[in-house]
Design a protein around this ligand. Structure first.
Ligand code: GLU
Length: 610
């Protein structure tokens, strides 16, 4: 249900913050000793699980979660709090999200019991052709070359998403909700190990772009842990959006600055990078799009996710449907298996779903979405499953043609798509029972590495989510570059209802591993009976029809040997995903949960802890 409009209460709540913001000096940089205002901090503790009422927020960052809590406390609803939290993450997690990126916003309206979504995906320019990522000789461009370039920059969708979300679902003006982000950018926040490490890991490519080095490598290197990081240029960008509206990006001076930099990135001496193609006309044409969610059923629950151009909703639904189909075929439920057998089923279901996703899902007409998420299709696909032996990768894709009686003719794609690594996910519930599950990104950690001069935010490299060349010469590829096209995503913001009532919201960053992470968290919680925070903390496996990644805790467990004995080929990877979730225990009784360790641990908060 939409909360009543209470601008006065919220205005008072955030005006105190703004007053501090307006008195802050405008030229500070990262330094523990730097004079200046006190950095912004959180008043609730940074913990991975918290229970209580009044609403809940979970994100990767305590300062950002606190912003959402403050908005809820001041009378805003879940959509308001989600937008304010997202904007704050743009400041404290600038390598994962921000003004220069895009994302997918899922809203549950407690009054109508409906789930609605916004597709805020970045979009290719009108001149972008199928050959955009080919060298003149027709070979695909090196991935890193494409990432660190203006060419990979899509029209940003996040500000348009925030604008549409607040107008469609919120109760507060966007200008008010952007104030905390502006304030954090101006006053600064204390650098933690994760921020330091992400900066250090990207220092070499950041140094290629002087505007990026100026903001994110103050003094030439990554800010020290414990120092204060301020970004007055980004504060100016939020102020611009706050006072002039998102039109400044889509039809104004902020947009011109984005286009100028993407078309002709300023580079360090001796560095040259491919130029971008986006124009002010592309920005003017951009729309965040309201879309109906993907819906499927799992264990009697209603699962809602993002439709195309994300593959997240479809692939998560197919994995879950396959797990139900395998229960049926074997007569043994997922919850009754050993952990190794559970992981075997999960891996096989994931590989099958990825085969179908890669073959059928992209920003093209006539994606067979409803067939892909149908139980009939999953039942047919499950005929390939064997309890004792892993399927040989790559597994073939299926035939979602509405006629499901046999295993059917199948074929494989020979290559795998590129995978990103970054992004951020946040979840919010409010005391009225509304909820948001929102994943937002600039693609790689650090995006294109190009900062818009004078405005302090990084531009995305989302267009590298397109397949540069078809995955197989003889199989249609729905994810090739195209004019005005949105690259396929894996983002999987998810809402789960139980008989029309909100039960759970969840999601994760992690490129293509997002899909497996969300499906694993759901099954660990729903089927394996783990408490939500343990379902999030559980060692992860990401099987994507080629590479099968496992976290070290899994690699060193007996489960890894059992999986290997069945023919799985596991590759150790330090960390998969960084999930956040909230479960509803009862009316106005929430448990917010986040990572205990990954990415330095997340931040779960409620308005009134109990
Ligand atoms: N670009 C990725 C996607 O849309 C997200 C980036 C990431 O999480 O690494 O699927």
């Amino acid at each position: 249900m939409r909360s009543p409009r209470v601008p006065l209460v919220l205005a008072v709540g955030l005006a105190g913050t703004l007053a501090v913001a307006l008195t802050a000096p405008a030229a500070a940089t990262a330094s523990a000793a730097a004079p200046g205002p006190k950095p912004v901090s959180n008043s609730l503790p940074k913990v991975p699980v918290m229970r209580g009422g009044g609403g809940a927020v979970s994100s990767v960052d305590a300062v950002a979660s606190q912003v959402g809590i403050d908005v809820l406390k001041a009378g805003g609803n879940a959509a308001d709090a989600a937008v304010a939290t997202a904007a704050a993450l743009g400041v404290t997690e600038p390598y994962s999200t921000g003004i220069g990126g895009g994302g997918f916003f899922v809203f549950y309206d407690a009054k109508t019991h409906q789930v609605k979504t916004i597709d805020g995906r970045e979009t290719a320019p009108s001149t972008f052709t199928q050959r955009a990522f080919l060298e003149p000789n027709g070979t695909p461009m090196a991935f890193d070359k494409a990432v660190n370039s203006g060419l990979s920059v899509g029209v940003p969708g996040s500000p348009a998403t925030w604008d549409l979300a607040t107008r469609s679902f919120g109760t507060q003006p966007l200008g008010l909700l952007l104030r905390p982000a502006e304030n954090i950018a101006r006053r600064g926040f204390v650098v933690d190990q994760t921020f330091h490490d992400q900066t250090a890991a990207n220092a070499a490519r950041f140094a290629k772009f002087p505007a990026t080095a100026k903001v994110f490598l103050p003094g030439g290197s990554a800010p020290a842990v414990g120092s204060v990081f301020r970004n007055p240029d980004m504060a100016a960008a939020y102020r611009e959006l706050r006072t002039r509206g998102v039109a400044s990006l889509y039809a104004g001076r902020l947009g011109r600055a984005v286009v100028d930099e993407a078309q002709n990135p300023h580079t360090a001496p001796g560095v040259s990078v491919p130029h971008g193609q986006i124009t002010t006309a592309d920005l003017r044409a951009y729309r965040a799009l309201p879309k109906a969610p993907v819906h499927s059923r799992y264990r009697g629950l209603d699962v809602y996710g993002m439709p195309v151009p994300s593959s997240g909703g479809i692939a998560v639904a197919e994995i879950l449907n396959l797990l139900e189909a395998i229960d049926q075929r074997t007569g043994i439920r997922l919850g009754d298996l050993s952990n190794a057998d559970y992981l075997h089923r999960f891996s096989e279901a994931s590989a099958l779903a990825f085969a179908d996703r890669n073959r059928y899902v992209g920003d093209v007409p006539n994606v067979p979405s409803s067939e892909l998420v149908s139980q009939g299709f999953a039942d047919e696909r499950a005929c390939l499953f064997s309890p004792g032996t892993a399927l040989k990768r790559p597994v073939p894709f299926g035939s979602p043609d509405g006629s499901y009686s046999s295993c059917g003719p199948t074929a494989t794609t020979s290559r795998l798509p590129n995978d990103g690594q970054s992004t951020s996910h946040l979840v919010v519930t409010d005391k009225w029972g509304n909820a948001v599950s929102y994943t937002l990104t600039i693609e790689q950690t650090g995006g294109s590495a190009i900062t818009v001069p004078g405005w302090g935010f990084l531009l995305n490299n989302e267009l590298t989510d397109f397949d540069f060349v078809p995955l197989s010469p003889d199989v249609p590829d729905p994810n090739l570059p195209g004019p005005g096209k949105r690259p396929r995503s894996s983002m999987s913001p998810t809402v789960v209802l139980d008989h029309g009532r909100l039960r759970l919201v969840a999601g994760s960053p992690g490129g293509a591993t997002i899909i497996t992470t969300v499906a694993q968290v759901l099954t660990e919680y729903v089927d394996r009976g783990l408490p939500l925070v343990d379902a999030i903390a559980a060692a992860r496996l990401s099987s994507r029809n080629g590479v099968e990644q496992a976290e070290p805790a899994l690699m060193s467990s007996p489960d890894a040997n059992a999986l290997t004995a069945k023919g799985h080929v596991l590759a150790s990877t330090p960390e998969i995903g960084a999930a956040t979730a909230i479960r509803v225990i009862g009316p106005d009784d929430f448990e917010a949960a986040a990572e205990t360790v990954r990415r330095g641990g997340g931040s779960a908060m409620v308005v009134n802890p109990r």
